[in-house]
Design a protein around this ligand. Structure first.
Ligand SMILES: Cc1cc2nc3c(=O)[nH]c(=O)nc-3n(C[C@H](O)[C@H](O)[C@H](O)COP(=O)(O)OP(=O)(O)OC[C@H]3O[C@@H](n4cnc5c(N)ncnc54)[C@H](O)[C@@H]3O)c2cc1C
Ligand SMILES: NC(=O)c1ccc[n+]([C@@H]2O[C@H](COP(=O)([O-])OP(=O)(O)OC[C@H]3O[C@@H](n4cnc5c(N)ncnc54)[C@H](O)[C@@H]3O)[C@@H](O)[C@H]2O)c1
Length: 538
């Protein structure tokens, strides 16, 4: 077995040298080869005091953990701050930023009012909705199975019952991420942060006290929350936003989803999968209009097949609420009666309680902050990342933005900026894309061609029983450069990454033709689509 690379080798700090010496002394080459570490009890207690609760920090199999070290407390031109950096918000953006800062040897604290880390992403956004979606997907698969469909009554399963699995996933995610903070010795402070000035934060602690913390630099990673128009009663038991829906504890058979963005479409899949009648109110003329037209059409088609009633170009006039139902009045004059309403129309950045004016910053009307290419706000020691800066408002992007902002903060010039973020929409079936779509390429007058593979023809899709779907590769008809990849169907969000790698590494369509794919796989769709595309080139 090759000797594991130790990233700690780069480090020259005294504390780190001590740790490296200790490692050399205690972890012999043969131990490494045998995948074991022998550390004497004395060494553990005398020399690894600061990491003694986490012996896995010194596993030779994970070089990144070895890099965790005593931070040096920096003196900034005569000023000494409590922290080199403070991160506000423990979601993906905050976590990635904090990890990067800690790994760079700086002292960092993360402030979040939730006792459990993970942010809205883990507690009310990505994780519970994706776990819920998986449970519904399993129910749909079982329903289709001639043996399994007799064993359970699938009629109207209450949402809170299905959410049991999601709660387990949330717990596991919290455990995993809590350990990241512990191992990297990041201080977690429970409370609401607001700025006193450009180097001081006041934290309203959960125990009712206040704490002032001084910092050299800060990252605002406070995320977003559902936008709530004043005219809707979100306290009413039949009116929900996407955070509250996870608490729904009664059985319904019909629901109105207002807003057909990503959240609305994903929940439309979830509720139809559970057997509810769904009215999906779209304020636009097409579902998810930024997608490839054919995929947007396919989604509408499949939604209708599953019983979703899509109403395009509509706008709410008012909502009447009753003990046993709601009635939605649309500006077009239509009235829709249902058991409940799920409001999915927009999100706002959580900036209102930060006292931004105290540091000379101002958020836009959606509570979002503007940043430069390094994620610095107009106050240069204050950065912002994640949903609070708006588009693309994805956990995937938030994580990379947080890491990149922190890299700039600590002076790491090797970090790659966040570019080319793929779309992954977890409707049933999934949608995923990267690069340009046909509309954009046509507008830009780029001579492209299309290669398609329909899932119904693929052996793997037939075996799995998920035949609906298509993979489209858009490529330059002269250079065969890949310009965009669009996928609709089971596992689309995974499948896209094969094309993403080839595309970003500068491969052409020929890669897919000249490469042998496992058979049967969904990845084979790339070969089928590439051949289909090449046949159109003359
Ligand atoms: C229903 C739903 C499904 C989603 N599905 C996906 C998906 O499948 N894939 C995907 O990539 N993205 C998805 N997203 C988007 C994703 O959840 C967000 O992009 C992501 O959570 C943003 O991360 P963040 O770190 O910016 O902030 P958040 O996750 O919002 O976390 C921000 C944290 O800051 C804390 N905070 C707020 N104000 C303060 C303050 N004043 N002081 C201290 N702390 C504060 C909050 O308590 C919170 O813990 C989904 C979102 C929703 C709502
Ligand atoms: N699978 C995924 O990647 C996934 C899943 C769910 C949500 N998300 C992310 O969550 C974000 C929100 O999703 P969404 O479904 O609400 O879609 P969305 O952002 O498309 O918003 C829906 C509508 O609300 C409007 N709007 C947005 N914010 C507003 C505000 N503060 N005030 C008034 N109107 C506002 C928008 O203009 C739009 O017409 C998306 O940007 C998406 O990236 C991603």
């Amino acid at each position: 077995m090759a000797k594991p690379k130790k990233s700690a080798e780069k480090n020259t700090s005294t504390a780190q040298n001590v740790t490296d010496e200790m490692l050399k002394k205690t972890v012999s080459e043969s131990d490494m080869q045998a995948n074991t570490v022998s550390i004497s009890e004395d060494d553990k207690h005398n020399h690894f005091d600061d990491v003694s609760k986490h012996f896995d920090l010194i596993s030779p199999l994970d070089s990144t953990r070895i890099n965790v070290k005593r931070y040096k407390h920096t003196d900034f031109a005569g000023h000494s701050y409590d922290y080199d950096a403070v991160v506000i918000g423990a979601g993906p953006a905050g976590e990635a930023a904090a990890m990067k800062i800690a790994k760079s040897g700086q002292k960092v604290a993360v402030i979040d009012p939730r006792k459990q880390v993970g942010g809205n992403c883990t507690h009310v956004g990505t994780i519970p909705s994706k776990a819920l979606r998986q449970s519904v997907f399993n129910i749909l698969s079982n329903r289709r199975d001639p043996v399994l469909n007799k064993s359970v009554d699938y009629n109207l399963i209450p949402l809170n019952k299905i959410l049991t699995k999601a709660r387990d996933v949330v717990r596991s995610q919290v455990d995993t991420h809590t350990r990241f903070y512990e191992r990297n010795r990041i201080d977690l402070i429970n409370g609401w942060a607001s700025f006193k000035d450009c180097h001081t934060i006041v934290v309203d602690m959960n125990d009712g006290t206040q704490q002032e913390i001084s910092f050299y630099k800060a990252i605002i990673a406070v995320g977003s929350r559902p936008y709530r128009p004043d005219f809707l009663e979100f306290e009413h038991p039949r009116v929900f936003d996407s955070d509250q829906i996870l608490q729904m504890d009664y059985v319904i058979s019909r629901i109105i989803i207002y807003g057909a963005g990503v959240i609305g479409c994903e929940y439309a899949s979830i509720f139809t999968g559970l057997g509810y009648k769904v009215d999906l109110i779209n304020t636009q003329n097409q579902l998810l209009s930024y997608l490839d037209d054919e995929i947007s059409d396919a989604l509408s088609h499949d939604f209708r097949q599953f019983g979703v009633l899509i109403r395009n170009n509509e706008e709410i006039d008012r909502l009447e609420t009753f003990d046993d139902c709601v009635i939605l009045h649309l500006k077009s004059g239509k009235k829709i009666k249902s058991d409940a309403l799920l409001w999915c129309n927009g999100r706002s950045g959580n900036t209102d309680s930060l006292n931004l004016s105290g540091i000379g910053l101002e958020a836009n009307k959606r509570g979002q902050l503007s940043v430069n290419e390094f994620y610095q706000t107009s106050v240069d020691n204050i950065y912002a990342a994640g949903d609070v800066i708006g588009w693309p408002s994805l956990a995937s992007a938030a994580y990379d933005q947080g890491r990149y902002a922190a890299a700039h903060m600590v002076g790491d010039e090797n970090a790659m900026p966040v570019r080319s973020v793929p779309t992954g929409i977890y409707t049933i079936p999934e949608i995923s894309s990267i690069g340009k779509n046909e509309k954009e390429l046509t507008e830009e007058k780029i001579p492209y061609e299309v290669g398609q593979a329909f899932f119904k023809h693929l052996a793997r899709a037939q075996i799995v029983g998920e035949r609906s779907g298509v993979l489209k590769i858009l490529f330059h008809r002269e250079t065969l450069q890949i310009l965009g990849i669009h996928c609709y169907g089971n596992q689309a969000s995974e499948i896209i990454h094969i094309g993403q790698a080839v595309m970003l590494l500068g491969g052409t369509l020929e890669y897919f033709v000249n490469t042998t794919f496992n058979y049967p796989t969904m990845a084979e769709a790339y070969r089928v689509a590439a051949l289909n595309g090449l046949n159109r080139v003359f």
